[in-house]
Design a protein around this ligand. Sequence first.
Ligand code: FAD
Ligand code: FES
Ligand code: FES
Length: 478
Amino acid sequence: MVSNTIQFIFENKIYKIKNPDPNKTILDYVRDDLKKTGTKEGCAEGGCGACTIVLGELNKNKIIYKAINACISFLPTLNGKHLILVEDLIEEDNKLHPVQEAMVKFHGSQCGFCTPGFAMSLFSMYKNYSKISNEVVEEALSGNLCRCTGYRPIIDAAKSLNNKKDQDKFKKNQNKTINLLKKINNVDVEINNRGKIYFAPKTIVNLKKILKKYPNAKILSGGTDLSLEVTKLRKQLKTIISLNSIEKLNFIKKSKSTIEIGAITSLFDFQNFIKKYFLDFYNILKRYGSLQIRNVGTIAGNIATASPIGDTLPILLTLDAKVIVQGINKKKIFPLNDFFISYRKTKLKKGEFIYSIKIPINKENIFKAYKISKRFDDDISSVCGSFSFLIKKNKITKAAISYGGMSEIPKRASIIEKKLINSDFSENTFNKAVNLINKDFSPIDDMRASRNYRLSVAKNLLLKAFHEINNKKIIRIN
Ligand SMILES: Cc1cc2nc3c(=O)[nH]c(=O)nc-3n(C[C@H](O)[C@H](O)[C@H](O)COP(=O)(O)OP(=O)(O)OC[C@H]3O[C@@H](n4cnc5c(N)ncnc54)[C@H](O)[C@@H]3O)c2cc1C
Ligand code: FES
Ligand code: FES
């Protein structure tokens, strides 16, 4: 069955919209159509958090509350979700919600423009955690900017919620909401709004049929890149195929030697899984955009974008990851190292999509990765370096070194790798090897960093990896 109507829960009711505009953002819908103007527009590109809303999603009979940026989410992606806005937080007896009370008590608001976004980030934190550590607070607030209050009072408000028993109205209405979410039409969505078409198939079979008919369609995963074509570049996307209803693409599988990540697995889910295997992959993901971005963004989207500064890309290159591409008839497997052709171009052909990513687990290798950006949180890399070594009897038997931000595509430093392999694992070896950096890369000057800065940083990151491994000590400034 196919429906041209999206359905979601709002204010304890099922809302239905027939053929919504697939290019309209949830933010515009909320402010212009629902007339709920508590949610603000700051940057319109996912960077400030003023537009933060929360979506409730059913997961094994439990509701997961995800903070997202409404300014870069397309309206049809509301299908099947519980929409929660800042106006909804007020309790039934007109009391403030505990997160709002905390903001008042700790003086967390001045001009108030950022406050609804902060309240919603705090709300999702309050719903998802009872133990609220510093780390949980930092992560929850990483995507919200405040230009006048300063962060300390807001952080104090967040910390005061530690161990607070969740007794809000959402908890009381939980069973009712779950039942409503289950009632929503669980079918393929196909929208046609004055020639703008949007598909959200539920199966890979149906996805392939649509791709066959519309090979030029834009594939939508988290939308944290794609949506900016509409909000920033002012383009209209004529045909969109969302992968987000295909549950079969939402997985993380581990075998003895590999980890496989399905195309729509969120960066947030992946970050928590990968910590145990590659700690620095986790450390970089924690600084990837913000929680709002990681709640929806995907590795597949990062790979397909092929940005020279995509943060997962140098790491995946170093780890010898493979991309599993599904065509209409067959699957293809590409080593990531062969997947990027030129600036933002990959070997993906029309009608194909990334099905999954496979990462080998080499427990013997020592892995390090570092992200250098102007701001610690919610910023794009100037340079990202990723390193893996196999050292036997003080000899380097394997070396994999990759950088982002150093060329038009994320790339392995093959000349340095060659120099290191079969050499002693010593300061002298590394001091000599880093001087080859300008043989591997010729970076550009841009507003993020100059060529010379990038070259120096890339050298120093490799030396840092050496010193950390040599001294068995982590050298980080957090
Ligand atoms: C505020 C902000 C902060 C950001 N911070 C970072 C950061 O710190 N580091 C970083 O690397 N990036 C960052 N990004 C960029 C973006 O979040 C990432 O590139 C993200 O991984 C994209 O994934 P997505 O699922 O949102 O992709 P989408 O936006 O859905 O898609 C991106 C592109 O990939 C294609 N695509 C998506 N999925 C597939 C698939 N399965 N098969 C084939 N094609 C596909 C789409 O058609 C589109 O062309 C940031 C973006 C924003 C807005
Ligand atoms: S308006 Fe700034 S993140 Fe959405
Ligand atoms: S209170 Fe003014 S921007 Fe935060």
